[in-house]
Every structure is written in C-alpha cells, then in structure tokens.
Design a protein around this ligand. Sequence first.
Ligand code: 3HC
Length: 699
Amino acid sequence: MSDVVSFERVGNIGVITIDNPPVNAMSFAVRKGLWEILDEFLADPGIAAGILICAGRTFIAGADITEFDKPPEDPWLPKVLLRIEASPKPVVAALHGTALGGGFETALACHYRCALNSASMGLPEVNLGLLPGAGGTQRLPRLTGIPKALEMILSGKPMTAAEGKASGVIDEIIEGDLRAGAIAAARKLVEQKAPVRRLSELRVNTSDLPADFFQQARAKLAKEARGFFSPLRIVECLEAAAQKPFPEALELETRLFNECKASPHSRAQRYLFFAERTITKIPDIPKDIPLRDIKQVGIIGAGTMGTGIAINFLNAGIPVIQLEMNEEALDRGVARIRKTYQDYVDKGRLKAEVLEQRMALHTKALAYEALAGADLVIEAVFEDMKVKREVFTRLDQVCKPGAILATNTSSLDVDAIAAVTRRPEDVIGLHFFAPANIMVLLEIVRGAKTAKDVVATSMALAKRIKKTAVLVGVCFGFVGNRVYFPYIREADLMLLEGVAPERIDKLAYDWGMAMGPLSVVDLSGIDVFHSALMEWKDRPADPAAFRMLGLLREQGRLGQKTSAGYFKYDGRKPLPDPVVADLARQEAQRLGIARREIGDTEVIERLLYSMVNEGARVLEEGIALRSCDIDVVFTSGYGMPRYRGGPMIYADMIGLGNVLEATRKYRDRYGDRYWTPAPLLEQLVREGRTFEQWSQDKA
Ligand code: 3HC
C-alpha cells in the first residue's frame, strides 16, 4: 500500500487521494502508488467512476523537480497518464491550489475537470528550461486551440479557474466542498452514461491557423527568448500537435523533453528554482523569530532612487513619508511618482482610482521630526560616507526605539554608518538597484551588529514588496558590485590591449548577457561608476585599471546621457567611435601596454573567470552565504541569463579544473595582481568538489 496515494470507495465512486506534502509533487512514489491503485480501480466491478483529488494546500504542482538529475524510474508520468486516459471508467480531476506542470497534465489526462474558483492551472516548465513532457503540448491545444496553448506554454503563466472554464479546460467550478462536488460530478457522469472523453481522441482545430503561424512564432522567439533552449522545441511540439497523429506527436514531445532535461540550460534553470528558495533561509536565524511590525516607512531623499524605493512600498499598500531638504525637490519627487503611475494608467496597466489610492499613502516631509513614528527609515541620499553619517546621527535622535534604520548605500561600509548611532543593532543596508521600482534584486546588508530580527523583518518585507532579497555581508561593493567590478575592469583593460569595444560587448551579449559590459557602464553613467570606484579604498594601485573609464570621464564622455562614452550614441543605439579606439591606442602606448590579437575565448574567459575568482573570495570571506546567493544576485540584478544560472554554477558546470587552469594561464601572462587563484578555487579543484557542493556541505 502506498504512503502517498490512497483509495476509498464512496458508493460506486472510487476516490483516489494523493497526499505528498508540501505540494503533492508527482514523485516516483506517487506514480508508483497511482499505478497500483489504478489496478484496483479498474478491476473493481463495483466502481463505475473515479475522482482524483489531493490533500493539503494544492493539487499536484508538477513533476518532482529533484528527480530530474537522476535516471527516470518506471512508471514514468506519460505512461501513467496514458493509462488513466485509457480507463473505460470516467475519472474526474478535482483541482484546488495550483495545478502546475505534470499536475495540470494529469488533470488533462482525466476525462472531466472540476475546480474550486480559487484554483489556478498552468504549464510553467519553460521556466525550468523544459517543456511539458507528459502530454501537455498535445492535450491542451485539443481544448484551447493552438494559439492559446502556445501562449500559455511559452509564457508559463497560469490561468484562473474562471479562465479555464471559459476556454473549455475546466468543465465545472465547484462552490463549497471540492470532494463532495467532484463525487457528485462523477455520479452524474455515471447516471447519464456519459461517454469517456479522451482528449487524445479529439482533433486539434487548425482551421483558423494562419499558414505562417509557426514561422512567425519562431521569428518572435529569436528575439524574446534569445539563447534559451526549450522555447523553439515547444513550438516544434505544437506544430506536431497540428500536423501529426497523437501517438507520433507524443513521442516527439517525450524526445524533446528529454533533450531539454539534459541541456545545461535546464540544469541551470532548475538550479535557480531551488536557489531562489534557498536564499530565503538564513542558517543562524530561526524561521519563527518574531518580526517587527512595519506599518509606515520613511524615505530620505526624493531623487530618482528615493522615489523609486517609495513606489515599491506604495504598491504594497504601505504608507510612506518622504523627506527632502527643500520643497521644490520634494515636489519634483512627488511629480515623478505620480508620472510613473500615470504612465501605467495610460497604458491600461493601472486603474486611475488605484493611482489615487497609492498617492494617498504618500506624505511629504521637510523635517526629520516627521520620521518619529516610522517603523523603518531608508536613506537614499548622496553616496558619500560623511553625508550618510550625518543622516544617521539625525535619525538616531528622532526615530522611535525599535525602528529599523536602513541605508541604501551600494558599496559603503554599513558598520561605519551604524557606528554613529547608539543602536547599531537596528541598522541594516537595503541596497535597491536602479530603477528601484523595476529591478527585482535587493541586497540586504547585514552589519556586524545587526539584530537577527532586523534581518528577518527585512527579508519578510522584501517578499511583501516583491523583491528577490539576498543577504550579504559588509565589504566594498557587497556581493553584486564587488564581483561585477573585475568584469568591468577586464573589459576596460582589454580596450588598452587592442580589443574593440563593440567586439567585447558583442561577445558578452552573444554569451547571453542582457547588454555588454561597456554599454552597461555607458547606461548607468561613466561618472557614477567612477565615483563608486573612488570610494573603494583598496582599489588596485594599477595605472591601467579602469584607465579608459577615467579618461572618458575627464573628456566629459559620461555615457548615454552625453551621447558619448565607450560608444557614441544615435539616440540609445551605441555605435563604435574611432575616437575611443584612438584614445585606447595612445594610452596603451603611454603605459607601455602591448597591443595584440586576443581571441574570443580569452575575451569571454577574462570577463567571466575574473568574476568567478572574486566570487570564490566572497564565499571564503563569508560575504555571501552560499554560491547560489551570488548566482541569484547576477541573474536577478545584473542581466545574466537564467539559462547560465549565474557565474558560480556556470563555473561548476564547465568544471572548476578548467577555470583554475585558465586563471593560472592568465596569471602567467598578465601577472598575479588580478589572476592569483582564490584559495577556495584551488581547494575545491584539489578535492574534486564544486561551489554548489561546498555550499551544501557548509549548510
Ligand atoms: N518538485 C519538487 N519540489 C517542489 C516542487 C516540485 N515540482 N514545487 C515546489 N517544491 C518544493 C519547493 O522547493 C519548496 O521546498 P522547501 O520548502 O524545501 O524550500 C516547497 O516545495 C514549497 O514550495 P514554495 O516555497 O515554492 O511554495 P509556494 O507556496 O510559494 O509555491 C508553488 C508553491 C506555486 C507550487 C511553487 O513551488 C512552484 O511554482 N513550484 C514549481 C511548479 C513547477 O514548475 N511545476 C512543473 C515541474 S516540471 C514538470 O512538471 C515536468 C512535466 O511536464 C513532466
């Protein structure tokens, strides 16, 4: 008898219940249990129909993702589902919670689907670098038509029960008790002698499908899903649904699913699924630690950053008091917030009355005393230690006991800021990324004395405002900027060595980055980047390091905002500028740097391995808790594609031995200033382990 699947007879209805907490994932044990119970269900002459229902918080939320790294065990899901579908007795799926992936596919293999109004259903496999591999690409279009099914599978977005009902996916919405409702539905089918309806036996309606539908779909994906492995294969499956008989198309689906599963893209995306859950777990902080109540947030500064931060809280319905030193700056800030919302209203993404509700939560203030009642205050003032310390001295005087005092610094020493207060335990860093209302990453910087409940409250608050929060320690640049600087440094150095800026950016872009490194600096501002560098006390005493950046700044080429930086700009389009190439040549000569041919592999290795080596140091020093924390920082805040997984898992996947070997090669070629291998990298290669294993063993 199975521990996770049970069978009960209610009159002539067989009730099959899956109980596999927390999300009823379709593990081997569930598949095996179902298989055995199907024997019983099918053999019992007293049973005329069945229902498939789940205990706990949700219907099956998908295949068990943890099993994808192991060889599949029979009975595999497509086989189980074919057996359910083939049953001569009708089976009713009863959906609540989130019926996702293999869960939704199970429901589609049943003959009838009912759901609570609160249920949702979808095929999110694409987010894991996969495609629905248990008939989803074939059964769904038989109900919804090809365009809707393709849209759903490519976006991975779930539909509500009401949408499901409207598109024929759900036969009945159940009010009240789901089990009773599903049993009643099954009884009705028996009474009416309703024929067993198998989706695989339906024809896919292709009558309205434009002749070039699939060609158009592929062309669209070339841009929107650049570099991802599974989306084009999803199109192939849907094309097969339109053109081939069900068994043949199903076979293709299985083959392409297995190709996706074996791809490094899916391995990386599956890793990120768990990484994004792991980062919420802080080893020394109990899950049930009491949190501080955050009912009102104060924000100091109404510039781009301050207003961007404010929008996050207003969106979440949390009142904000925004402080500025003069009225005009404050009014400009409020106007910026209103305009952001107005743009949403104009695009039909926000209702006008919601705009007013959010603005009503915003209060202006010109004096620190107005922050006396705030539960959390975040400063977003100029990135200068002296200014920050003055702000915190004032906050210490006016804020109520227990208020959390946060700095939005992107690199400065949070402990030095906390030290000017009498309550360093209440001080924390909340590093939002610009534009703060759009970027999902939030680095939460834990100071040496930050209290545990302050950390936990900040993490919980991040979830409320829909940020991906990564806990980091204090050092220059924390995790993100610290690991990113070597990447920019190498790009800048390679200009002096003779590589064209457009080549560097193209190689990084083709590798998968959202933008090349030099375009990123041009976008955020050469001056902004330069002043951040100036705050770095231990920056390398190397006249060549970031030298092009410094020169461009001296020449007033501040990036996109001055239409010239590493590139010149036609609007927002970067164009190669011979002036920059000349400048690099002259400066290389002055510094005695040899110009030479650098191959594509070296460009990519220097950009990426410099990050990996710094990442290893960040781990050694405990600035990041685990390698997956670094990876989430880079995939959620620095434009690294999810199918690469992040710099550390990328290194793990190509082999740390290879990374070490290349690092040593560059040390021999360029000296040991930047290319001394991090001791952790050396150690892991010696031990034959990965960053991921090291992080897991440490936990
Ligand atoms: N397999 C294994 N573990 C899973 C899982 C799955 N499919 N889905 C969730 N979990 C685990 C999580 O890792 C987490 O574990 P933890 O507590 O140890 O960290 C726990 O279940 C709870 O998950 P969440 O913290 O995410 O809980 P939420 O309530 O926030 O969200 C959810 C629930 C919406 C179901 C969300 O977990 C989710 O989106 N899960 C993945 C759904 C998915 O992608 N399904 C498709 C799988 S691939 C597939 O089915 C292939 C098929 O086509 C053959």
